[in-house]
Design a binder for this molecule. Structure first.
Ligand code: XMP
Length: 520
């Protein structure tokens, strides 16, 4: 019979996680220090499954999360991440009110029925409507027209929302109620998307369907493009990550806020998270540089007590004791990584932190015992790093990889003919001045001298999140194919490791050639 199993000759060289990390317990290892050995495979990369359970109520379709950093994740990034099956954590370097509206933007993005469509009144001028579109940056120009009692009186088509009609009243140019296509709320049935899809099929050229109640009050709006996107998604390999109501999922960072006396400000934390939950947030992340600390533990305990069902991420830690502590406080998923981020200087400034693979191994053993998941946070620069991280964790958190994307906050700048976007550590002086000081255990008083633990930097602009994620996912699936792993659980079970020498590292990258095109 052909040899489909391991050969005994392999075993002393290519070791399981327990054997390998125990044998290397005198050395802190990171991604480039190790490589994974191939295994007999009947798995094609394209057939691998990437879904991952981070908490009872939190499942992702791909194991990738964008960092809660002010140059990485706001609503645009979170929408793109969730639309690809992952998760974005909205940062907290902004006023609470703004963070709430960022979360709302994600939760209200492209769902089948737009429950509160933007409306206009019959006596408004077209010029006012144009101004509203400009100010609120709407990408659409068709609006339902309702009277002061909320009753539908017509539809203002984008064809007439033009500067040449600016002085006209909406009432003069609207499509009258009798010609507007509507459906009664109670006729939507159990599958409103299928109902709307059928409607658009039956009426070629009609792109909007308004929902009304028995008294002709406007109750919602379907657009054909939303419905098409949703029906296409149902056939895609990696479906968007959605909640039970079919809204994209969204996470938000919170911090262990202190009051003027230096005590944990429980009331403020509870009010903040309460408001996030009201907006539909799916998970909160208590994000700090030192998660194995009383302030973080107490914050997690307060939140767990007040919101028993809410998935909680907490961190960061690099020890088994840190994982056990946060798990006992009530966290479901624990961020692992200290000083590994591409913009971090914690190891230089504080002399503290553990290279990622060793930290992940140690933490993963405690996490398995405590039945919590761990998230590999920081230091990931290529898809191969993600494959290695996923042999020990349930998902990865990336900042730098996404900071150059169109969907990251901030403008593109041109330097020497190349395009860049700003990327800065949340422990950099500039970010701490904007509010993230508490994350690094400093007072938010900008006049106080603090030692920054992060740098301000640039990332080359790299296009859309869709494009970047397609490359990363392709790499993850390829790695799983080499290991014969059909899903992430099998990847964790099957992985075997060996140390790489400096010459081996050189061999791993293109060498002794003149590169014409980079791999990506
Ligand atoms: P990457 O490598 O993906 O890392 O760019 C992102 C992660 O780095 C952490 N982070 C910091 N760590 N000083 C630090 O020591 C900082 O200023 C800083 N800012 C972010 C964070 O965990 C993030 O997800």
């Amino acid at each position: 019979m052909a040899a489909t199993r391991n050969s005994g000759f392999d075993d002393p060289f290519y070791q399981s996680a327990d054997q390998f990390f125990s044998a290397n317990n005198h050395l802190a290892l990171t991604f480039d220090d190790v490589t994974l050995a191939t295994l007999y495979s009947e798995i094609l990369p394209r057939d691998t499954q990437l879904d991952t359970q981070l908490a009872e109520n939190l499942r992702l379709n791909i194991p990738v999360i964008s960092s809660d950093m002010d140059t990485v994740t706001e609503s645009r990034m979170a929408i793109a991440m969730a639309a690809n099956g992952g998760l974005g954590l909205i940062h907290y370097n902004m006023p609470e009110r703004q963070q709430l509206s960022e979360v709302s933007r994600v939760k209200n993005h492209v769902h089948g029925l737009i429950q509160e469509p933007i409306q206009v009144a019959p006596d408004q001028l077209i010029g006012d409507v144009l101004k509203m579109i400009e100010e609120r940056k709407f990408a659409f120009g068709t609006f339902p027209v309702v009277d002061d009692k909320g009753r539908l009186v017509g539809l203002l088509s984008g064809h007439v929302v033009k500067p040449r009609y600016a002085k006209r009243k909406v009432a003069e140019v609207l499509t009258p109620r009798a010609q507007v296509h509507t459906i009664r709320q109670k006729e939507l049935g159990k599958d409103p998307i299928a109902r709307a899809d059928k409607f658009f099929n039956e009426r070629p050229g009609i792109h909007k369907l308004l929902v009304v109640d028995d008294h002709d009050h406007l109750r919602g709006l379907f657009t054909m493009s939303d419905i098409e996107r949703i029906t296409q998604e149902r056939n895609a390999q990696f479906k968007p990550a959605r909640d039970a109501r079919f809204h994209l999922i969204c996470g938000a960072a919170v911090s262990a806020t202190r009051n003027a006396f230096g005590e944990l400000d429980r009331e403020r934390i509870l009010n903040h998270v309460g408001a996030l939950v009201e907006r539909g947030v799916d998970v909160v992340a208590v994000s700090t540089a030192h998660g194995h600390s009383r302030g973080v533990g107490d914050t997690v305990k307060v939140l767990r007590g007040a919101f028993p069902q809410l998935p909680i991420i907490a961190g960061n830690v690099t020890s088994a004791a840190g994982v056990e502590y946060l798990a006992e406080c009530g966290a479901n998923a624990i961020k692992v990584g200290q000083g590994s981020g591409s913009i971090c200087t914690t190891r230089i400034v504080a002399g503290v932190g553990i290279p990622q693979m060793t930290a992940l191994y140690v933490c993963s053993r405690a996490a398995a015992k405590k039945k919590v998941s761990i998230l590999a946070d920081g230091g990931i620069v290529k898809s191969g790093d993600i494959v290695k991280a996923l042999t020990l964790s349930q998902a990865v958190i990336c900042g730098g990889i996404f900071a150059g994307c169109n969907e990251a906050p901030g403008d593109v700048m041109e330097i020497g003919g190349k395009l860049y976007k700003q990327y800065r550590g949340m422990g950099s002086l500039a970010a701490m001045k904007s509010g993230s000081a508490a994350r690094y255990g400093h007072s938010s008083n900008p006049t106080q001298k603090v030692a920054p633990e992060g740098v301000e930097a640039l990332k080359e602009a790299c296009g859309s999140v869709d494009r970047v994620l397609a490359q990363l996912i392709g790499g993850i699936q390829s790695g799983m194919g080499y290991l014969g792993a059909a899903n992430l659980t099998q990847l964790r079970e099957k992985a075997r490791y060996i140390r790489v020498s400096p010459a081996g590292m050189r061999e791993a990258a293109p060498h002794d050639v003149v590169e014409l095109k980079t791999g990506n």
